[in-house]
Design a protein around this ligand. Structure first.
Ligand code: OAD
Length: 237
């Protein structure tokens, strides 16, 4: 590997599980209690906006009661101390990475604490409880046009150009706590590997694409990630 490796880290719901946020798939997962088609598609929003807004209002409320865990904190420390390229790409819509202190961060699937205006396409911070109450867009003033700033199935994730560029320049690609069910994120390992990166997966259980990685570590993110960050920073020193 290069002397000053460029790192891309992809995180999924598993990184926030030990903070108390439900993952999507598997027993007790969010997609066990709700059908994706009912709450996470543009068609669902058009059909039953109240249901969609309530789903994300509840998740936003839950966010207020949880804190970053050891994995979020370790990744923020790596971001602060790593002098060469580093990009943390999260599929998570919670704000636990930034609350832990991560700066070089992309929320490719949007953010719970952000609103997207269907009238002017502006994205604005949203700290309120209920988004579906006819609120006005802070940018254009249109009333009742704010929707959750979540990338629904069938929509384009955010910042794909920057992510692709970072993947192509990566010397090391690390995936933490994602099941590998959802594209394009599930394909990042192939892009990075094809372009020469070493690839490492950390997960409680092997993901769908685990055989694509050079190296896999099994266990909870709250233990694996701090240990890996220690290794990276020790190599540096
Ligand atoms: P999933 O729920 O599909 O997968 C969670 C992964 O986390 C699984 O592979 C678990 O084994 C792993 N896991 C659980 N607890 C863990 C822990 N303590 N430490 C480490 N790993 C753990 O969640 P994602 O892969 O993030 O998209 O799902 C991807 C996308 O599907 C989400 O961003 C969401 C969803 O539909 C949208 O809503 C647009």
């Amino acid at each position: 590997m290069a002397d000053h490796p460029n790192i891309v880290i992809l995180t999924g719901a598993g990184v926030s599980a030990e903070s108390g946020l439900a993952t999507f798939r598997g027993p007790d997962g969010l997609w066990e209690g709700h059908r994706v088609e009912d709450v996470c598609t543009p068609e669902a929003l058009a059909r039953d906006e109240a249901l969609v807004q309530r789903f994300y209002d509840e998740r936003r409320e839950k966010l207020a009661s949880v804190e970053p865990n050891a994995a979020h904190r370790a990744l923020a420390r790596l971001d602060a101390e790593w002098k060469s390229g580093l990009l943390l790409v999260t599929q998570n819509v919670d704000d636990l990475h930034e609350r832990a202190g991560s700066k070089r961060l992309i929320h490719m699937h949007g953010e719970l604490r952000s609103a997207l205006c269907r009238a002017c396409s502006a994205r604005s911070p949203f700290a309120g409880a209920d988004m579906g109450e006819g609120l006005a867009c802070p940018e254009c003033g249109a009333a009742g046009r704010l929707r959750p700033d979540i990338v629904f199935f069938g929509e384009m994730p955010y910042d794909m150009e920057a992510i692709d560029r970072a993947l192509m320049e990566a010397d090391l690609f690390v995936s933490v706590g994602t099941s590998g069910n959802v594209y394009p994120a599930a394909g990042f390992v192939q892009t990075a590997r094809y372009c020469g990166a070493h690839t490492l997966e950390m997960n409680l259980e092997p993901s769908l694409g685990s055989t694509l990685f050079h190296e896999s570590r099994g266990g909870p993110a709250g233990e694996l990630v701090p240990a890996w960050v220690e290794e990276m920073l020790a190599d540096l020193g």
